[in-house]
Design a protein around this ligand. Structure first.
Ligand code: FCB
Length: 479
């Protein structure tokens, strides 16, 4: 367990602002299962997970947590935990099985019932439109490398907002477009598993454009003046103090990982150094006049997913190159044009993903965003940790004593509180994840849930971290 000396939040007398939202997050492909039911079309994750060698143990999301059939019980569990809000994602291929055309009513109904179920339990629905399950038919037409996918996404966003836009409070267009573009089309570790730097950068732009086209569609179609947002996995990048190449490496990775999304979103432009760094990979001809302005839409809240940090320097081409960037090894590179940056091992402790535990990085990230966009409200839309849990039998039933996860969450919630104390307009914090689930290329080998899922029986067991979170929610405004 990661012991750190950080006292529990209760012993620190932390008080969260009135209205601060504590929630939990999941994503459709990771929990729903029922991949062939009620007219759902195949997604790139169905294809990818069914391709031998792509996912550890050949795991797929075919059944996952069977949430599609157990939504009511899972909603009761959320209510039990006292969640203020639940961040879920909508599977595009349930709404439009081939990514365009008429709505599949049965698919929509599932989310409509889910939203009603949340509201009936006093839980605020926060819907993400794209958490990586692209309809396979759109990938067959070149996926996010095809500009047309951005227009298809805006249409889908409008359909979803028309149907649920009287009840969903917050809409998130995209979850972590970094992963979609660079892991999906660059390294190949994620679906669709392609490995072209040029395609990855085209995907970056088309994802940004998809967001920019969808935002006004959501505002037009929704009837309850919702908050509109996007969730980014911004990288907290550190240098090697003893290495004078680190500033250059930091600049490059900041350009690719952070500014490739933030600059068009917040300033309506791509930064010159990003275009220069990647000039040998692509000429960026896919950016058309007016695109940057289209992407630059006001958003109500910026979602931030945070897990760990990276440390970089330039590779001298002599010493063995390290790639401790926290992303699964795969055939291609997730860093087009900057493959000669070396990602050094981080100081521990680590989670089961091998990700370093660095709560200060969360505070640093939130404070740096405040400096960059002082008026922009922020939300931590994901934070959490995988650990190899064990189940113990007690007289009171089965328990999962996940002290390391409690410690991780406590330290990060405390870091978020420090950021608030430093003036950051942070509106909420969502634990990743409510349930153990299909962790992408790692299949079911990594457990992130505050609720344990027994995949044989689909039994749910509240881990100690769930009970800790429950108490935090109940006591957060009392010193
Ligand atoms: C994030 C993803 C989420 C989950 C966590 C661990 O990158 O958004 O689906 O896999 O990492």
């Amino acid at each position: 367990m990661a012991t750190t000396g950080t006292p529990d939040y209760r012993d620190q007398g932390l008080v969260f602002p009135e209205g601060f939202v504590f929630g939990s997050a999941t994503a459709s492909y990771q929990i729903e299962g029922a991949v062939r039911e009620d007219g759902r079309g195949p997604s790139i994750w169905d294809t990818f997970s069914h391709t031998p060698g792509r996912v550890v143990n050949g795991d797929t999301g075919d059944v996952a947590c069977d949430h599609y059939h157990r939504a009511d019980a899972d909603l009761d569990l959320m209510k039990d935990l006292g969640l203020d809000a639940y961040r879920f994602s909508i599977a595009w291929p349930r709404i439009q099985p081939t990514g365009s055309g008429a709505v599949n009513r049965a698919g929509l109904e599932f989310y409509s019932r889910l939203v009603d179920g949340l509201l009936a339990r006093g839980i605020t629905p926060v819907a993400t439109l794209y958490h990586w399950d692209l309809p396979q038919a759109l990938e067959d037409a070149n996926g996010w490398v095809n500009r047309d996918t951005a227009y298809r996404f805006a249409e889908y966003a409008a359909l979803a907002a028309e149907a649920l836009g009287d009840r969903v409070q917050t809409w998130t267009t995209l979850n972590e477009p970094w992963c979609t573009a660079y892991l999906g089309y660059g390294s190949g570790a994620h679906a669709p598993g392609r490995t072209s730097g040029a395609d990855a950068l085209a995907a970056v732009h088309h994802l940004n454009l998809a967001h920019g086209l969808a935002v006004p569609e959501i505002r037009r179609a929704a009837r309850n003046a919702p908050d509109v947002s996007i969730t980014l996995n911004l990288h907290v990048i550190r240098g090697d103090d003893d290495d004078d190449t680190s500033p250059e490496a930091i600049r490059r990775i900041d350009a690719l990982a952070n500014r490739a999304f933030l600059s068009p979103l917040l300033q309506g432009r791509y930064d010159a150094d990003l275009l220069e760094d990647t000039a040998a990979v692509t000429d960026w001809a896919f950016v058309r006049d007016g695109d940057a302005a289209q992407i630059h839409q006001p958003i109500d809240v910026l979602g931030v997913n945070y897990y760990s940090t990276v440390t970089v320097r330039m590779w001298d081409g002599v010493a063995p190159r390290k790639n401790a960037d926290g992303h699964q090894g795969a055939a291609g590179s997730p860093w087009p044009g900057s493959e000669h940056v070396e990602f050094l091992e981080q100081p521990g402790p680590y989670t089961d993903m091998g990700w370093n535990i660095a709560p200060d990085g969360l505070e640093e990230l939130l404070v740096s965003l405040r400096e960059r966009c002082p008026e922009q409200p922020l939300m931590v839309t994901e934070n959490g940790a995988a650990f190899p849990d064990r189940v113990v039998e007690t007289d009171a039933g089965r328990r999962v004593p996940d002290a390391a996860r409690v410690d991780y969450l406590n330290r990060h919630v405390t870091a978020a509180h420090r950021a608030i104390a430093r003036g950051v307009d942070l509106r909420g914090y969502y634990v990743w994840s409510l349930l153990d689930n299909f962790e992408w290329g790692y299949g079911y080998t990594k457990r992130f849930g505050i609720v344990r899922v027994d995949y044989e029986t689909q039994e749910r067991i509240l881990k100690d971290s769930a009970r800790w979170f429950q108490e935090l929610i109940a006591t957060r405004t009392t010193p």
